[in-house]
Design a protein around this ligand. Sequence first.
Ligand code: CP
Ligand code: NVA
Length: 301
Amino acid sequence: MKHFLDIHQTDPADLRSIIDNAATMKASRLGRPRGAPDDDQPLKDHMVALIFEKPSTRTRVSFDVGVRQMGGQTMVLSGADMQLGHGETIADTARVLSRYVDLIMIRTFEEATLLEMAEYASVPVINGLTNRTHPCQIMADIMTFEEHNGPIKGKKVVWSGDGNNVFASFAHAAKAFDFELVFTGPQTLDPEGALNGLYTTERDPNKAVEGADLVVTDTWVSMHDPQSARERRHNQLRGYQVNDALMAKAKPDALFMHCLPAHRDDEVTSSVMDGPSSVIFDEAENRLHAQKSVMRWCLGK
Ligand code: CP
Ligand code: NVA
């Protein structure tokens, strides 16, 4: 069973071929309407369940469109509306869904929910974000970096802000794709200990971004963080905002990424988001292409 649960649980050679295939598939669609079917229809006759226990714009739309382009059908399910949200076990849900669909994508809170779904499903399961990781996002980000600035191997990536779930998948990717990753943020929001050894820390953001090929940030308050922490987090993270002065310290051709949704003028200024270094909308688009390739890999198509 080829689940796509996390970057570090997937063979680096498979990750590379997923990205390369995504680029080929993207190129083959150039200029076509978004709803036009792919020529080869690899998901013909396939049914895909997309389960969301948290809000989503990009993940939801990109998976849905991607499945349709490949000739499959989708059902988008809200966790709260399923029996899953009313006491049915994850294991039973996984066994039942496996009788109806060929592939399950789930966005959830606890990583344990994803892992239990994968353990009991008899069809592939894809991680569409948990409190701990967001691997599909980072596949799109690697693809985007390489489209603009060539191979990411050996490059310097700097993360400024909260050591959160998106950072964790970057840390896994640093090992798999062999790039340098620097975390800059307050000690109180350091990444989880399990990621130690995959990145280095530099508390001074100005020093951290020196020589960076890519600067990345994310929201200061994630969906799983209590809203009560908002003010405290803003106070802790204010000095880590990505702005023009910070970007000026990176390499002249450095890119800026943000998985979105962004809070303009909190973690990043509008001038950077809309400026020449920013590839944020390419990242969003590449969610579609990267995930199509992930789904094909899962299904052996
Ligand atoms: N980046 C991302 O996963 O966006 P959504 O929350 O809109 O899916
Ligand atoms: N870190 C963010 C990412 C959203 C795509 C969150 O988990 O809310």
